[in-house]
Ligand binder design. Structure first.
Ligand SMILES: Cc1ncc(COP(=O)(O)O)c(C=O)c1O
Length: 386
């Protein structure tokens, strides 16, 4: 364990930061599926790369140290990480989920795990009394996103973890939007943290990957068994790319957030903008709670334009900012949650939780702020219906 006092240092030196054999300051890509054994039962620590691979192991140790957990696990995508975590559950169990979560998480529960009689309920994790009333005897786990995708709803992780533990629930936090640089859910009482590392951790939109970190030896043994049994592991090259991305997380994140704070303020006062969702704005729903549990509001903003603006024209007019799925890369991206990231949520549920057809989600990149603002301004101007 190389857990330094400051996360900026752990990002670069956490886990296994040096190749012991050669002293290489970057962990080599051990591009191998298997390992020679010196005799029956005489292995040199590795037997087969689904079970263990030194490059993946370095990444897993790094995310373990960054989240302050007992063990880390790397998977081929965020959804594979969540699938492994949900595989801890049994037929008859129910999961509570925050009212707006990534559409893929909703789909995984409603269209895959329901085949195994593992059911879900959309819960109000922002209201403790309502939340506690939703915990029935079959509920065994809760999945929290804070801020949640795409309405940036903030949940008091510590408070929800306390109530959940009173009822014996496993507390799972998807920390994709915040990263361990801005928020550490295990310190707030969560049992498991999951990430779509495809996003800020990778940071360059060049790798699809997922991570999970657990807070106990018992959970570590169970997830290790599930990871090896179900096999959704991250390959050595992608593990290397992720380690490389993670090293610069702090400097990238600082710039992402600096830009996002400026854009959120601009949108909040813009005549074309009907509503802005950003936990870093004092006027936002969860500003105080987020300030307590996270370093700042992150770099994801959602907003709606007034009715006299055409969002199709807005998307088509953007030149620098790309219309694309995903988030958290160095480049600014926008998406239309109701037809893209959250299309797998039925329209009536989207409406109920507030994901309107006019909602625009912006992942603020690290380009020069003047250029991002100029692009957004010109696209808004072109989209006004005359
Ligand atoms: C909050 C959140 N969790 C999980 C996922 C799924 O991750 P992946 O696309 O790496 O499978 C996403 C993807 O957009 C996400 O935004």
């Amino acid at each position: 364990m190389s857990n330094y006092k400051n996360t900026e240092t752990t990002l670069i030196h956490g886990g296994i930061s040096i190749d012991e054999r050669t002293g290489a300051v970057n962990i080599p890509i051990y591009q191998t599926s298997t390992y020679k054994q010196d005799g029956l039962g005489k292995m040199r620590g590795y037997e087969y790369s689904r079970t263990g691979n030194p490059t993946r192991e370095a990444l897993e140790a790094l995310i373990r140290d960054l989240e302050g957990g007992v063990a880390g696990f790397a998977f081929g995508s965020g959804m594979a990480a969540l699938t492994a975590v949900l595989s801890l559950l049994h037929s008859g169990d129910r999961v509570l989920i925050s009212s707006n979560v990534y559409g893929g998480t909703f789909r995984l529960l409603s269209k895959v795990f329901d085949h195994f009689n593992i059911t879900y309920t959309i819960a109000d994790t922002t209201d403790l009394a309502v939340y506690e009333s939703q915990i029935s005897s079959d509920v065994k786990a809760v999945i929290i996103e804070s801020p949640a995708n795409p309405l940036m709803t903030v949940t008091d992780i510590k408070a929800v973890a306390e109530v959940s533990h009173k009822h014996g629930l496993l507390v799972i936090v998807d920390n994709t939007f915040m990263t361990p640089y801005l928020q550490k859910p295990l310190e707030l009482g969560a049992d498991i943290v999951v990430h779509s590392a495809t996003k800020y951790l990778g940071g360059h939109s060049d790798v699809v990957s997922g991570l999970a970190v657990v807070n106990s030896k018992e959970l570590a043994e169970k997830i290790a068994f599930i990871q090896n049994s179900t096999g959704g592991v991250l390959g050595p090259f992608d593990s290397f790319l992720l380690i490389r991305g993670i090293k610069t997380l702090a400097v990238r994140m600082d710039r992402h957030v600096e830009n996002a704070e400026k854009i959120a303020k601009l949108l909040e006062n813009h005549k074309a903008v009907k509503s802005v969702y950003y936990p870093g704005l004092e006027s936002s729903q969860g500003y105080e709670i987020n300030r307590r549990q996270a370093k700042n509001g992150g770099a994801m903003i959602s907003f709606e334009l007034h009715e006299n603006y055409d969002i199709n024209t807005f998307f088509e007019s953007l030149e620098l900012v790309s219309l694309a799925e995903s988030l958290g890369g160095v480049e600014s991206l926008v998406c239309h949650p109701s037809s893209m990231t959250h299309a797998s949520i039925p329209a009536d549920i989207r409406k109920k939780v507030g994901i309107t057809d006019g909602l625009i989600r912006l992942s603020v990149g690290i380009e020069n702020i003047e250029d991002i603002i100029a692009d957004i301004e010109q696209a808004i101007a072109k989209s006004e219906r005359k």
